[in-house]
Design a protein around this ligand. Structure first.
Ligand SMILES: Cc1ncc(COP(=O)(O)O)c(C=O)c1O
Length: 463
């Protein structure tokens, strides 16, 4: 057996294989003779460098969170140091709070969707989703409807991997190993119209169809059993699936008609990803609760939050009603200080305006990819796009060999070689997805589009 000469990244990969369990990774396939990991060591602007000094455009903003890229460290370090010198920790628990969480909650209420005034902090997205679920249950129970025990979610959605949040996901690969779901959930269609009949190209027709399917599901389950519906303004997992016109207004109308709560999961879409503070603002969404995480701190610290509307707080805040849910590190002073500084920077440096100014150019570049034979659909908005890939089989599927050669190997390898980190999703419908840092300028976006075009052209030629 030959021994490989290891680079620094290689050495770190080998140590990782011995001691670190990666998330959503076949850890058992990593090892001294296995593939080297991507070991990201430092960042600058929209770029990251690996441990061997190789530079990439971070086309995924870490994991959809580094809205500001990587050069704001000194400003955040100053905010963090100030906070840690004053107060390292204090809980938001049993009648105790700290100023920076209070200030952040007040600040969020100023940008939140209409009728949302309160924030319940957590440490990340899945916790925010579970808090929304518990608050929905408390809301209904306090109103004398404890029988509202079910959720409605959309196929293909992802709301986190803790046992409660996982119940809202319909991917058997993720759910089945863990037994029956903690939350009884009914799944309805997402808003992906690829492959549907031509009449669904019309927004009015498609929205009407989606809402009537949803209403039928509500009636079949029994409206009095539904606690909440959760949906992302643009669904990430199936590939940046945007809603048709009127969809969010229709969800609001059905929630009001049948008495369940409407939750917008904005863990990815909030804080500028779609050019607005909240992605739902783009679609006229009027949710009762909003879950956020990721971009709230631009990735400089962990934090999640459930933003809660007055309709809900008027009930769950009734005198004597205890909100019996919480997390030790929710709204940690360090994270809250970083989130506040992030919001200040986003305003000062006109980050939403940058997305709004460049989104049409990006849309144009991405639409051009549709001409490539391997690209079946291009979806997205703001700084958030996916190409759904079609393969060599009739009907657009991939043969096992083409999937292996192109989706599992060539496309991710070429993107990496060309210096772009993007998501290549190799499940049911393969995707290539980008979510660049919101500080990216036109030249960075042009470069991302050019790398995607070259890579997908080469893959098309091999189909
Ligand atoms: C829409 C959505 N909700 C919830 C989550 C879970 O967030 P976290 O990984 O912080 O628990 C994610 C994570 O990607 C997400 O995309």
């Amino acid at each position: 057996m030959t021994t490989r000469t290891r680079t620094q990244a290689g050495e770190l990969s080998a140590t990782a294989a011995r001691h670190l369990l990666l998330h959503m990774t076949p850890n058992g396939s990593l090892g001294p003779e296995g593939e080297d990991l991507l070991v990201v060591q430092r960042g600058e602007g929209p770029y990251v460098d690996d441990a061997d000094g190789r530079r990439y455009i971070d086309g995924l903003s870490g994991l959809y969170c580094c809205q500001l890229g990587y050069s704001y460290g000194p400003e955040f370090a100053e905010a963090a140091e100030r906070q840690l010198r004053e107060l390292c920790y204090s809980p938001l628990w049993t009648g105790s709070a700290h100023p920076v969480a209070i200030e952040l909650a007040e600040r969020l209420s100023r940008i939140a969707p209409v009728d949302i005034e309160h924030t319940f902090f957590s440490s990340g997205g899945a916790e925010a989703v579970e808090a929304a679920w518990k608050m929905a249950r408390r809301y209904h129970a306090l109103r004398g409807e404890p029988g509202r025990t079910k959720a409605i979610a959309r196929r293909g959605a992802y709301h986190g991997l803790t046992i409660g949040a996982l119940s809202l996901t319909d991917d058997p690969g993720l759910t089945e190993p863990y037994g029956p779901p903690a939350i009884e959930t009914r799944f309805v269609s997402n808003t992906n119209r690829l492959g549907l009949a031509p009449e669904f190209a019309d927004d009015e027709v498609y929205t009407a169809w989606l809402l009537s399917e949803l209403e039928a599901a509500i009636l079949a389950e029994g409206p009095e059993t539904i606690a909440m519906l959760i949906a992302e303004p643009v669904q990430n997992r199936g590939g940046c699936i945007t809603p048709p016109l009127g969809y969010w207004q229709g969800l609001r109308a059905l929630a009001d008609r049948y008495g369940f709560l409407l939750v917008a999961d904005e863990v990815i879409t909030a804080f500028g990803r779609l050019g607005e503070w909240f992605g739902g603002d783009r679609y006229g969404a009027r949710p009762d609760m909003v879950t956020v995480a990721k971009g709230i701190t631009a990735g400089y610290a962990p934090l999640g939050a459930t933003l809660v509307g007055t309709k809900v707080t008027e009930v769950i805040n009734r005198p004597g009603a205890v909100l019996n849910h919480g997390y030790t590190f929710a709204g940690h002073p360090l994270s809250a200080a970083i989130a506040l500084r992030n919001l200040e920077i986003m305003e000062r440096d006109r980050i939403l305006e940058n997305v709004r100014a460049l989104q049409d150019d990006l849309a144009h570049h991405m639409a051009a990819l549709k001409d490539l034979p391997i690209v079946g659909d291009v979806r997205g908005t703001g700084f958030f796009y996916s190409c759904e890939l079609v393969g060599d089989l009739d009907g657009g599927g991939f043969s096992d060999s083409a999937r292996k050669e192109l989706v599992a190997d060539l496309i991710p390898r070429r993107l990496r070689e060309a210096g772009l980190l993007a998501r290549v999703y190799n499940r049911s419908a393969p995707l290539v997805q980008i979510a660049p840092a919101l500080i990216s300028d036109g030249a960075v976006l042009d470069r991302i589009a050019a790398i995607l075009a070259d890579t997908l052209a080469e893959a098309s030629a091999r189909l």
